[in-house]
Design a binder for this molecule. Structure first.
Ligand SMILES: Nc1ncnc2c1ncn2[C@@H]1O[C@H](COP(=O)(O)OP(=O)(O)OP(=O)(O)O)[C@@H](O)[C@H]1O
Ligand SMILES: [Mg+2]
Length: 253
């Protein structure tokens, strides 16, 4: 269980997160919000790659994550929004390399590399250089690496960005399948990525939680004929001409 309290984050004078509070239990959490809402900042902090403001509390099963240090980081799988891939590495070698960084034994790494790359439908090309992969294939390698070492907490920052509908479905199914017995936090601009698989949705707006709950709870405030998550999301972004986030399936982010 991950418990977050009084989480604030300033970048200089700019405040990106305001008193964020949330308790994450096993399940899939869909993190929605327009550009600049604070999604990546939140994931960077949870993955212990970015320090929050003093006084912020993040506890893993009751213990502060800063006290747990590497013990906590070993439980985390993270796919950052921007990540460099080694173009001259093959997919297999990249997975083995990340495994080594995570301290996973070679035997386990081999097995998991085969399994995870099959799951993202890259088994046939695992010995080809990543440099020749399409954007979607690279994205799938990155999702696969986040699951190495059977993490208990998985953070996926826009795993479906730039993917075509079929590839998005592959990623969505994989998240759904691997989400058992772990906490999975997925940020996206595409409501349909998480609508059917998330146990809970968190809608962020300007560094604050605008709404959270199950899809059912979030749509329950709408008239029956308008009960979609997309409509529930748009309730929080009524301003005209301001992008409430590219939540249309056809728009890219
Ligand atoms: N390194 C930084 N220095 C200064 N400001 C930053 C930095 N990183 C993020 N910010 C600001 O913090 C706010 C939250 O940014 P963040 O990247 O967390 O949003 P996001 O929800 O992930 O957006 P997107 O959907 O575009 O990825 C934004 O106003 C952004 O400009
Ligand atoms: Mg982001």
């Amino acid at each position: 269980m991950l418990q977050i309290k009084n989480l604030n984050k300033h970048y200089g004078k700019k405040q990106a997160l305001f008193d964020f509070e949330m308790t994450f239990k096993n399940g899939v959490y869909g993190l929605l919000g327009p550009n600049g809402a604070g999604k990546s900042t939140l994931m960077n902090i949870i993955s212990d790659n970015l320090a929050p403001d003093l006084g912020s509390q993040l506890c893993w099963n009751g213990t502060d994550i800063t006290k747990l240090g590497s013990k906590f980081r070993r439980k985390v799988g993270y796919m950052p929004q921007q990540q460099a891939l080694y173009d001259n590495f093959t997919a297999r070698r990249f997975m083995m390399y990340i495994s080594a960084l995570k301290g996973i034994s070679t035997a386990v790494a081999r097995e998991q590399t085969e399994y995870l790359l099959s799951e993202v439908e890259l088994h046939d090309v695992m010995d080809k250089a990543i440099g020749g992969f399409s954007g979607g294939m690279k994205q799938r390698v990155l999702v696969a690496q986040s699951l190495l070492g059977s993490p208990e907490l998985v953070l996926l920052d826009e795993p479906t960005a730039g993917l075509d509908p079929k590839q998005r479905v592959i990623i969505r199914d994989m998240i759904h399948k691997t989400a058992k017995d772990k906490i999975v936090l997925v940020s996206t601009h595409i409501v349909s990525d998480v609508e059917t698989i998330a146990d809970e949705i968190i809608i962020m707006k300007q560094g604050r939680i605008a709404a959270n709950g199950t899809v059912e709870q979030l749509v329950s405030v709408l008239p029956h004929e308008r009960r979609t998550l997309e409509n529930a999301y748009m309730l929080h972004f009524p301003e005209k001409n301001t992008a409430g986030g590219a939540i249309d399936e056809n728009s890219s982010v």
